[in-house]
Design a protein around this ligand. Structure first.
Ligand code: P6P
Length: 334
């Protein structure tokens, strides 16, 4: 029987063999993984627990919060503030940053997260997930402020997500490929189930919300029209389409079997560069995709190279199979 490698053993061996995971970062990743187990347990309760439906509050995005959005956010804040590995945290569900209280030691890392992405799917029992990104706090000054978070995606030291679906699966990169861990509920630990996820350069499967077609920019319209034309059109092959309305589920599908995902800028709110958030959705997902051999752009430039100007800024996202993303990007250039 093949030996089960736990997340802890993987992180220890990665540090010993590659030196990517200092002990404070390993502690941080293990705490985040424990949070994902707790969140998975709450999500799995469904109507049997007091976790469904909406809360009475709105988040910084002006979206009505689901009870589980707040539960997931609180789990991550409470579990990560006392360990001494973090200086501060930022979340889709909080307007400002959460600085580690003075009663706890401050660490060298910054943790950003979307505690429960895709939460419109909670009430219909469709996969949702937690997305996280880790940065290092700049060392040239004491204290921590929102400005310290505004680092390019290339500065990330770890990124990942946990998808709460038929399995609870944690997917992680520290810059040395992408590893997948499946939650063994009997043992209560994440077990390594794929140590190197790869995205094929070509695909026949695209993911986009087609109801927005009339609002898209021309390059996106051209790309999707060609996919829809299939064998009879310029692409000379048929395509399949998926849209789960949960970015974690879409990215997990692409890391598992390939594909391309688009949430582009559109004319509905032209002043916004896109719907998805750069710091705690697009950047972690873009790094995972690139680490698995894919590409991620905003149609014009590499997502990881974008210099953030605001904590909750949005971005147009095209990610996945390299040749497909390059094609869409070339249409924007053309
Ligand atoms: P729409 C979920 O709310 C999310 O932020 C992503 O997870 C998902 O890809 C997208 O929005 C879905 O947006 O407009 O199709 O509901």
């Amino acid at each position: 029987m093949t030996q089960k490698i736990s997340l802890t053993r993987y992180l220890v061996e990665q540090q010993r063999d590659h030196g990517h995971i200092p002990s404070q970062l390993r502690l941080l990743l293990e705490v985040v993984a424990r949070c994902c187990k707790t969140i998975s347990h709450a999500v799995n309760k469904g109507d049997l627990g007091d976790v469904m439906g909406t809360a009475t509050s709105e988040n910084v995005q002006g979206e009505v919060q689901k009870k589980l959005d707040i539960i997931a956010n609180d789990v991550l804040i409470e579990a990560n503030e006392w360990g001494g590995h973090l200086a501060a945290m930022a979340s889709e569900e909080m307007e400002g940053i959460h600085v580690v209280p003075n009663r706890y030691p401050q660490g060298e890392y910054l943790l950003l997260f979307d505690p429960l992405d895709g939460s419109s799917n909670i009430d219909i029992n469709v996969s949702i997930g937690t997305i996280f990104s880790v940065l290092k706090k700049p060392e040239d000054h004491a204290g921590v402020s929102e400005k310290d978070f505004l680092q390019k995606g290339t500065a990330q030291v770890a990124a990942g997500y946990c998808v709460y679906g038929p399995q609870t699966t944690l997917v992680l990169t520290v810059g040395d490929g992408v590893a997948m861990f499946t939650l063994d509920r009997e043992q209560g630990s994440f077990i390594l189930t794929n140590e190197s996820l790869r995205i094929p350069e070509d695909t026949k499967e695209f993911a986009i919300n087609m109801s927005n077609m009339r609002h898209w920019d021309e390059p996106v319209k051209r790309y999707i029209d060609e996919c829809l034309a299939g064998k009879t059109g310029a692409r000379k092959k048929d395509f399949n389409m998926r849209w789960v309305a949960s970015m974690v589920a879409e990215v997990h599908r692409i890391l598992s079997r390939g594909g391309v995902f688009l949430y582009p800028w559109d004319k509905r709110e032209p002043e916004k560069p896109g719907k998805l958030r750069l710091m705690y959705e697009a950047n972690p997902m873009a790094w995972l995709v690139e680490q698995a051999g894919g590409t991620a752009t905003n149609g014009k430039q590499r997502i990881l190279d974008i210099q953030p100007k605001a904590l909750h800024e949005r971005v147009s996202v095209i990610l996945g199979a390299k040749n497909e993303v390059d094609r869409v990007t070339s249409y924007h250039a053309g």
